[in-house]
Every structure is written in C-alpha cells, then in structure tokens.
Design a protein around this ligand. Sequence first.
Ligand code: COA
Ligand code: MG
Length: 290
Amino acid sequence: MDARPFRSVLYIPGSKERALEKARGLAADAIIFDLEDAVAPDEKANARTLLARTLAEADYGRRAKLVRINALSTGWGADDLEVISEARPEAVLLPKVDGPADIEALARLLDARPETAETRIWAMMESPKGVLDAAAIAAAPRMAGFVLGTNDLAKDLGCRVGPGRAALQCALQTCLLAARAEGIVAVDGVYNAFRDEDGLRAECVEGRDLGFDGKTLIHPAQIDIANEVFAPEAGEVDLARRQIAAHQEATARGEGVAVVDGKIVENLHVETAQRLLARAAAIAELQGAG
Ligand code: COA
Ligand code: MG
C-alpha cells in the first residue's frame, strides 16, 4: 500500500455544476463524483454527460478522483461507464457490492476498453452480503479500496446508530480486516449531521483509531476536521523520528531492541514509524501541490 492520503473523501453530486466547480479549490484529499444516490433518476443522463465533460476539462490537481457509477443491475450503470470511460477515470466506485462476482463483471467491462486499461475499482461496502464476503471482494481483480456505506448498512441491518456506532462495529471491523489483508485502502462512512462539528470530530477519531485511512464527507465544511484528525500529529512525527534513530543506534551496537520514552522499540515499531513518516510526507506534498 502506498502512502497516498485519503483523509478526506468528498462526495459531489455529478449533477451539481456549482459543486463540481467549487471542488477544484477544496482541500479534500480525494473526490467521489457521484452518479448514484446523490442524483435523482430523471437527472441521471444529464449528470453523466456533465461529469464526463467536467472530468475531461477541469483540473482537480493531484487529488484522487473516483467516479461512483450506478450498480450494473440498474440499467444506468452500463451507460454511466460508457460515457465516463472517455475521461479515462483513475477509479470507478461500484455501489451495492454483494460479492466478488460484481467486481469481476465490472472488471470485464473495463478490460474491454483501452481507455480504462489502468482504471482501478473501489467497492461500496454497504450490504450484509457484501460485508460477509468482504475478504473475497478485497481480493477481486483491479480492487484498490473500500468505502463504507454506513447509511445503507444501517438500513439493511435495521439497527440504531448512536455515538460510538456499536451496532456497526462488527461490519466496520470486518471490512477493515479484509482491506488490510489485501493491502487496499479503507475509508469510513459519512457523518450525516454536516453542521455538527463535535459529532463529526468524535466519529473521525473513532474511525481513525479503528484503522481507517479517512472519512467520506458530504459537505465542504467537514474537510478540515477530517484532514486534521486523520493526519499524523506533530508529537507522533517526532516520536517516529526518535524511534527510528534509537533503533539504528541499537542495531549498530548489535542489539535488536531500543528504548524510547520508557517503551521498547523493535523492528515492527520501526516499520510503523516509517509508514507514519511516509504518510506525513505524502500529506505535505499533496498540500504543497495545492
Ligand atoms: N461538494 C462540493 N461543494 C459543495 C458540496 C459538496 N458535496 N456541498 C455543498 N457544496 C457547496 C455549495 O455548492 C455551496 O457553494 P457556494 O456557496 O460557493 O455556491 C457551498 O458548498 C455551501 O453549501 P450549503 O448551502 O451549505 O449546502 P447546501 O444546502 O447547498 O447542500 C447538501 C447541502 C447536504 C444537500 C449538499 O452538501 C450535498 O448535496 N452533499 C452531497 C450529498 C451526497 O453526495 N450524497 C451521496 C453520498 S452520501
Ligand atoms: Mg449507498
């Protein structure tokens, strides 16, 4: 897995010209251009042409760009892919994934076009069947990431989601395990109350501590909090540097273990520290690139 940041992953309805325009100047690490649930049925056709044109013309910088198409079973999905392919999307996000067969079907369509030879697949993990098959989905062809669809999951589970999301923990952690087993990205679900900063921050901290790379967002006002919570803190960067240095000195003395701030540092801690520094450097680079 590389260190590319996915702290803040903003959904933009593919039908909203103003939001598409605005997103070029927002500090989100990644954008999901949505043709699925944020677009009403009678807007689908216009949205896909607007989006294809926007992606071909507009400069979204170095941030990751994902296009969420409609499910291939809907009748819209194949048309979405047809029109969007012209813009050579770096990634297609497939909703309502129930198993690896859904990914394989999309991969075959991508294989069939030269424009999408390099396009990766991301899966919305948002159905009970999908969660139960998460390991096989993560291992399917072209897979690069999971996005948790927590609203759909809560609907299908019939659960009540409160602070701490106890009812969703099994699904969240199952998906995270599957993503990590295959070395793909895992991004947490959205926080619906987009004006509630404290609630968003608490849920970002929860997702970060579970191991997610970032959070999907529905409104620009949510970006700064996600970017802050999912970035390594200054103290963590400092500790990582000291751990690496101390371990190098220990190794030079012929010892395998160092001690920093009263805690042992072994090879595995050095790997974690190196990953953290790589993540911090990638964030600084993305922000510097604007
Ligand atoms: N991406 C980019 N820009 C966005 C945006 C988004 N997701 N949501 C809002 N904006 C822009 C608006 O265009 C507006 O721009 P302007 O003032 O410069 O013209 C500005 O941010 C402020 O918007 P605001 O008036 O506070 O929000 P709203 O009432 O227009 O819209 C939502 C609120 C929730 C309807 C809207 O944020 C939205 O559609 N979010 C995405 C929903 C979605 O994608 N759902 C599917 C996945 S769960
Ligand atoms: Mg959904």
